[in-house]
Design a protein around this ligand. Structure first.
Ligand code: MN
Length: 199
């Protein structure tokens, strides 16, 4: 099975000024595409893995090996592009069951995002920040390093943010906090809500 680069759900100019066309182009066309290409290359001749889905590869391939890293980075980037939107509709969240659980868990949505930001800023080096539902349906936030994935721990991702420097350096240089603030204004709450309801 050949893995392909999924189409972006919007134009490359659509996320401005959160992300410039140049930033989206480099991140999507170079970084994301390279992970897909590396995955297909790593799977050549790998009978055991060649027909597995991305999720199965993430769960089953040896941790930090070439297949795992490329599969996880491919999945994470696709989920990241889906996590943001040119039309971030907060009112969608306010009507949802997820909203109630966010309030019950974190105190408010603002406090949830404060924790998300704090987690992003304390992630040393490259990685990802996640809002997720765990096995007992509780909500939580965590970060992972490099290509590590919470899918391996049977956690259900609801929202992801890429905190590899390549995700924000073009538009924000080293200002990860500024990137996070703009990310919060572009969360696709309908996507988050759908993920919450699907699990
Ligand atoms: Mn990235």
């Amino acid at each position: 099975m050949k893995h392909t680069l999924p189409k972006l759900p919007y134009l490359k100019t659509a996320l401005q000024p959160f992300l410039s066309e140049e930033a989206v182009t480099v991140h999507y066309e170079k970084h994301h595409r390279t992970y897909v290409d590396k995955l297909n290359k790593a799977l050549e001749g790998e009978q055991k893995y060649k027909d597995l889905s991305l999720e199965e590869l993430i769960s089953q391939a040896p941790l930090n090996g070439g297949i795992f890293n490329a599969a996880s980075q491919t999945w994470n980037h696709t989920f990241f592009w889906q996590s943001v939107s040119p039309n971030s509709e907060y009112h969608v969240l306010e009507k949802s069951a997820l909203y109630k659980q966010i309030n019950d868990t974190f105190g408010s949505c603002e406090k949830m995002l404060d924790k998300f930001k704090e987690t992003a800023l304390s992630q040393f080096g490259s990685g990802w920040v996640w809002l997720f539902k765990n096995k007992t349906n509780a909500l939580d936030i965590c970060s992972t390093s490099n290509a590590e994935s919470i899918i391996r721990d049977n956690k259900q991702p609801l929202l992801i943010c890429d905190v590899w420097e390549h995700a924000y350096y073009i538009d924000y240089q080293n200002d990860r906090a500024g990137y996070l603030d703009a990310f919060f204004d572009h969360i696709d709450w309908q996507f988050v809500e759908n993920n919450y309801n699907a699990s």
